[in-house]
Design a protein around this ligand. Structure first.
Ligand SMILES: CC(C)(COP(=O)(O)OP(=O)(O)OC[C@H]1O[C@@H](n2cnc3c(N)ncnc32)[C@H](O)[C@@H]1OP(=O)(O)O)[C@@H](O)C(=O)NCCC(=O)NCCS
Length: 229
């Protein structure tokens, strides 16, 4: 399904906020952000970027600041670190994602949450040639329980869950993960609203839990994966 031309951001926010509780806040908006609202310390990151990237970056910062405000926290700049991850204020954790049209940011109190990861993708097919790159044999095997017509869309959900997982794990480990480092387990039905993420070799890491439960939301032509713990 193609993303809706008109996105009801309030509805999207309400759906996501329901999974967050009061120590975390979400803000969603169009990727058509206003670059002039960026703080000077944020600007070098997009100095040479194409216009769409500059706008989506500004939209991400703007959404993150709105989420900070909703949490009752001071609004700050969010510089880009050397590894491209956002540098959140010391008392917060957060995550940003954009699809072509929509940007989402979730910010949470570090006193209550270790990290948060969010990802948004269009609710569309994952091209067949990417399945083996993204999916583990078990994940592709589970997809085969679905009708052929929806398998590729279901694989997009696996992809999105892994992207959210990466954003959740990275701030705690500083480790690059590839798509075969984490197994996503989700009921093979298009109605699934939950998934679990199992890092393989989690024992080696000492930080990552063996299992983490995440939320999957399908809304207005988008797949949104959310992990908070
Ligand atoms: C970082 C990454 C996950 C971003 O995903 P994406 O689909 O390209 O883009 P999204 O819009 O969803 O997310 C981009 C945002 O992620 C955030 N981000 C970038 N690097 C990050 C990191 N190391 N940790 C946490 N967040 C990060 C940034 O906020 C960025 O937006 P911004 O540059 O405007 O601030 C992806 O580019 C990547 O490098 N993936 C590594 C491989 C991977 O995903 N493995 C999964 C294994 S489980």
């Amino acid at each position: 399904m193609a993303p809706s031309a008109f996105v009801d951001y309030q509805r999207l926010e309400a759906g996501l906020q329901a999974h967050l509780g009061r120590h975390a806040a979400v803000a969603c908006r169009s990727t058509d952000g206003d670059v002039s609202t960026l703080a000077p310390i944020e600007r070098p990151a997009i100095a040479r970027a194409i216009p769409h990237r500059r706008k989506e970056f500004a939209a991400g910062r703007s959404a993150a600041r709105e989420a900070m405000q909703r949490l009752g926290r001071p609004v700050t700049s969010i510089p880009v670190q050397h590894d491209r991850s956002p540098q959140w204020p010391a008392d917060l954790v957060g995550s940003i994602s954009h699809s072509r049209e929509t940007c989402i940011s979730v910010v949470a109190l570090k006193s209550h949450w270790n990290a948060v990861g969010v990802d948004v993708e269009p609710d569309q097919d994952l091209p067949r040639e990417l399945w083996n790159l993204i999916g583990l044999p078990n994940e592709i095997w589970r997809a085969s329980a679905l009708s052929r017509a929806v398998q590729a869309r279901w694989m997009t959900r696996i992809f999105s869950a892994k992207e959210a997982y990466y954003k959740w794990a990275y701030p705690q480990t500083s480790c690059m993960l590839n798509f075969h480092d984490v197994e996503i387990v989700m009921d093979p039905t298009m109605e699934s609203t939950e998934f679990s993420a199992h890092p393989l070799n989690w024992q080696d890491n000492g930080v990552l839990p063996e299992l983490l439960t995440g939320r999957l939301m399908i809304d207005q032509g988008m797949v949104i994966s959310l992990l908070i713990q």
